[in-house]
Design a protein around this ligand. Sequence first.
Ligand code: ADP
Ligand code: GLC
Length: 470
Amino acid sequence: MEILHVAAECYPVAKAGGLGDVVGALPRFQAELGHNAKVVMPMYRTEYLYSHHWEVVHKGGANLGHRWFDYTVIKESTSAQGFDLYLLDIHGLLDREKIYGYEDDVERFCAFQIAVLSWINAWDTLPHVIHVHDHHTALIPFMMKHCFGFKRLEGVPSVLTIHNAQYQGSFSWDKTMYIPHWDSWKRGLLEWNGSINPLAAGIRCAWNVTTVSNTYLNEMKISSNGLESLFEYEKGKCSGIINGIDYQVWDSSHDTYITNHFTASDVEVGKEKNKALLCERFNLDPQKPLFVFIGRLVGEKAADLLPQVINDSFRYLGRKMNFLILGSGERNVEEKLVHLKSISMKDYEVYIGYNESLSHLMYAGADFLLMPSRVEPCGLNQMYAMRYGTIPLVRNTGGLVDTVIDVDNQDGYGITFNDATVGDITHAIYRALELYTQIEVFRSLQKKTMKLDFSWNQSAQQYVDLYHNM
Ligand code: ADP
Ligand code: GLC
């Protein structure tokens, strides 16, 4: 089967979060199952672009409203990622340093989607499936069905995977001209709450819709940033497929970002060495358990609660632990976390920014990972942490429910709690400290988590089954 993934991110080319990790891994596992999986994404100015060889495979042009643009599709020459990787360049619009965050993101991603379809339209034989990810590419199923210029693509099955329904990419009707000449009777498919809502349009028009865990799928009917009734209405074509993790990249025994490798049999020594490096670099006390948080500093991740949680933990539980935070996001959360450094007694540090290699060292060297998310469609951090013997503290939501079982249950291995409140999170930290004092139990849990199977094998097959059914 020929499968074309269309996405805004793909690790290691460009990544802002878990979407990049998934799009960088899933196609390779589909290729290993014998399918011809490909990825097309925007050509940003990233290091990967300059350090790899590319060949031009197509040049074309299209209109974005009244503005004509030329585009070029280039292909990585060696298929280094284990699948065919295509970058689409639109000079002036896509070739920038960051993935998102520009004022003209609507224009950028509309142009990208139009160019992708214009390119596919020129193929001799069409792909068997077009698989789009999140709102940046979610207008594609609508365009394939209802834009007159893409009629040839109408019969190609499409899948939309929703990695996060909080972000829907809405824009106002005065930008309608960015959608190429379309059947105006279909206006209702684009509309949600008075705006053009790409995610809603994708849910209505894609042949199938998936979300990245079963629990999140159920939650979306109750809470999905305004789309609840749509999920209820379209539930017949929606299913949940949990993400896997890519052990080629994320495994303590051969991770290329760390130097002290270890397996479950030498976890104690291995983690001690990695922790020592972290503690030295951030002036922390290696004798104390180390709690880390890695992620976007936004409300969804409950990052706003971290300053108070850290304060309360020190005050009520004693200065028995270290905290190390890595992330960037909302300015006021960043400021509060930085400000907190003044109270550190070799037990608190924060790194504001994005740092791939530091994140790997943190999974490897930490004892516990904090993940109090308010919303977590799947979550990869908790699975990465466990592969490195780091015990996750997670809120019972979304994919965290599907991947972490509380240690108080039979076969449990993590610490879970119900509410994203300072009280619940601090109590989870208290439970973690108790666990840490029972060092034999703690070590056996570390070994247990390292052996859990979160590989892509089963999920990659589930996607293939879904395509076959279409
Ligand atoms: P989300 O996609 O919602 O941010 P996930 O748990 O699915 O959450 O994936 C987050 C990914 O981004 C993980 O690979 C995590 O290690 C990485 N990540 C998040 N913030 C940072 C950061 N500041 N520096 C390095 N890696 C980060
Ligand atoms: C999103 C979600 C996260 C998920 C990731 C990959 O960014 O917030 O929970 O793991 O996508 O699917």
